[in-house]
Structures are given as C-alpha cells and as structure tokens.
Ligand binder design. Structure first.
Ligand code: PEP
Ligand code: MN
Length: 333
C-alpha cells in the first residue's frame, strides 16, 4: 500500500507511523509517502486521521505502477534534456562495450558529436563469464569517460558490476547502469536509491517482469525516483541468437509501469548483422532510448566483438532511424 500523509503531519509522527507499518518513507514532490508491503490492504481506523490518499495493490509493483502514477515518469538528464513525461525523445546511446583506451573512447565521442547525440556508453567493470577475459579498465576507464564528458559535453553511462565500486560509478557517471547480472545485488540497489542520479537497470536474462519491476522498487522506495528499465534479451530455448529480445515484455511494461524504457538490441542479438533491423523494431515500440554498441574496429574489441557496429554501420543506422523517428513523432537525442 502507498499512503500519502496529510500535509501537516510532523516528522515525529511520520517516523512513528513508518515504524508501526514497517514502511519506507519517501518525500516525493513535497508529499510524504509511506510504502508498505502490498499485503497491507487496509489501515487501522485510528490511522485514518493522518491519511490524505491511499493506493492498494495486488502485488509489490507499487511505485512503478501506472495505477499509482499514470504518466511515464519524466527523467531529467541535464538542463534541456529529459526522457519520459510528455516529451517524445528517444536517446540513441552509442559507444563501445568496454572502454579500452583514450584513443578508442575519444573516437566514439567524436562519432556521437558528429551525429549530435547526447549519451556515451562504455563499460569499465565488465561482468565477464570467464575470469580469463578482459575485465575492464576500472577506475582508469571511468576517468577517461569523465575526461570525454569535459571535452565533448556528452552524458556518460557506465555499468556497475558489484557493490565494491558502486560509489565510483555514482560519482563518475550521469546515468548509472546496473548490469543484467548485477540487478539482484541489494548492495547496489540500496546505494543507487541514495543518489538522485538516473539509474538504468537491466533485466537479467532469467528475470521475470515481476522480479524486474520489484528490483526497480528497491530504488524507488529507497528514495530515488529516477529509474529507467532496460530490456536486453532473455534466455530461451533458442541458441542461434545470443538472447531473445522480449518485445512482448516491453509492451507489458509500457502498459503496467510508469518507468521509461531503453532497449538494447546489441546484447540481445549478439551479432552485428541483426542489430540495425532490430533497432528499428525497437524504435517502433516508442521507447525512450536505444543503446547500441559501436567500436572503431569491432574485430579487435576486447569484449562483445561480434555484436558491435563499426562506425560506418552506426552512421548508416542513424540515417535510417531518422525518417522512422520522424514518422513515429519521436526525436532522436
Ligand atoms: C554491457 O552493456 O556491455 C553488458 C555487459 O550488458 P548486460 O549487463 O546486459 O550483459
Ligand atoms: Mn557489451
């Protein structure tokens, strides 16, 4: 249940009520909200005097649900740029899977600048499936990304792999990416709840939509209202493609949740040949963002070599997306 308390409720009372109900307390646009488990369906009558408004839910998808907030949340990324709300911006986020060197990440920044795009991606803490693979440049990579932000003005998105470096990611990025394998990590979720920076949480490849939205609830109930969901493919019986991009799941999320959505066709497909047409299908879902891996020389990439577009491939994709975006009434940013 979400309970909106009366305006004049003093802080001692709020604290007492939160304790009694075992509830999270957040202050959202001057409104004091208490969020309990969805199993609470009604309040004791002596509490009613404090209540302005209340919402009852069938399950723990509460703050993220359209029955609480009907409009897609607007997430301010910087002055003059937001996603969600009433605008129709779709981010086209580009950059390599991993930051590998200053030259490499500068060339990606130059590409984004040429196309007037706003957000640069690049992983520094890579969640590899083998301990012998490249694990990322760590803090050195984050410092390179910060340098690119200073030189080019792009917003930076980079992933957190585990709780040991979550503070470094929060400090150096403009959008925090929680990796698909990290989305169950409570240390990460709780740390991301304590900042106001936007957080893009990726759906694990074996994660149900209910579990996915509940992971988002950890961040929302902990006090950060700037959460974006990212579908990046789930594991099915099919092995010819790396994962299966769950666009049906996206339609479900759009119908039932108020969170903006970014789609990641690169990781879903796993092969560069399929990424352009899949990206167009993603744009047609009217989502708030697309995240595409691109590398100056994909064959030499230290991670995810087979799925990264080369720069000409990325340019061509951008040019093909533009008329489609126009037709859909969306603006690529
Ligand atoms: C990535 O974005 O490079 C990545 C590792 O993604 P995921 O967490 O979806 O596997
Ligand atoms: Mn990758």
């Amino acid at each position: 249940m979400i309970i909106e308390l009366k305006k004049n409720t003093d802080s001692a009372t709020i604290e007492k009520l939160a304790q009694r109900l075992n509830a999270f307390h957040i202050c959202n646009q001057d409104k004091n909200l208490l969020i309990t488990s969805a199993s609470v369906k009604e309040l004791a009558s002596e509490l009613e005097a404090h209540v302005e408004n209340q919402w009852v839910f069938a399950n723990d998808m509460q703050l993220s649900s359209r029955s609480f907030l009907n409009e897609t949340r607007e997430i301010q990324l910087k002055e003059g740029l937001s996603i969600g709300g009433k605008n129709n911006n779709t981010l086209l986020i580009g950059g390599p899977c991993s930051v590998e060197s200053e030259d490499q990440i500068r060339s990606a920044s130059e590409l984004l600048k040429e196309l007037d795009l706003s957000v640069l991606r690049g992983g520094c803490y890579k969640p590899r499936t083998s301990p012998y693979s490249f694990q990322g440049l760590g803090l050195e990579g984050l410092q390179l990304l910060s340098k690119m932000r200073d030189e080019f003005g792009h917003l930076i998105i980079s992933e957190v792999r585990d709780a040991t470096h979550v503070e470094a990611i929060i400090e150096h990025t403009d959008i925090i990416q929680i990796g698909a394998k990290a989305m169950y990590d409570q240390g990460i979720l709780r740390a991301c709840a304590k900042t106001q920076k936007p957080v893009m949480i990726k759906r694990g490849f074996g994660t149900t939509l209910q579990e996915f939205t509940q992971a988002a609830e950890f961040i929302l109930a902990g006090g950060n209202s700037n959460v974006i969901l990212c579908e990046r493919g789930i594991r099915t019986f099919e092995t010819k493609t790396r994962f299966t991009l769950d666009l049906c799941g996206v339609a479900w999320l759009q119908e039932h949740t108020n969170l903006p959505i970014i789609l990641d066709p690169s990781h879903a497909m796993g092969y560069a040949y399929g990424v352009p047409s899949l990206t167009k299908a993603c744009l047609a879902m009217n989502v708030e963002g697309l995240i595409i891996e691109t590398h100056p020389n994909p064959a030499k990439a230290k991670s995810d070599a087979s799925q990264q577009l080369d720069y000409n491939g990325f340019r061509t994709l951008y040019n093909e997306l533009q008329p489609l975006a126009e037709c859909l009434g969306r603006k690529l940013k």
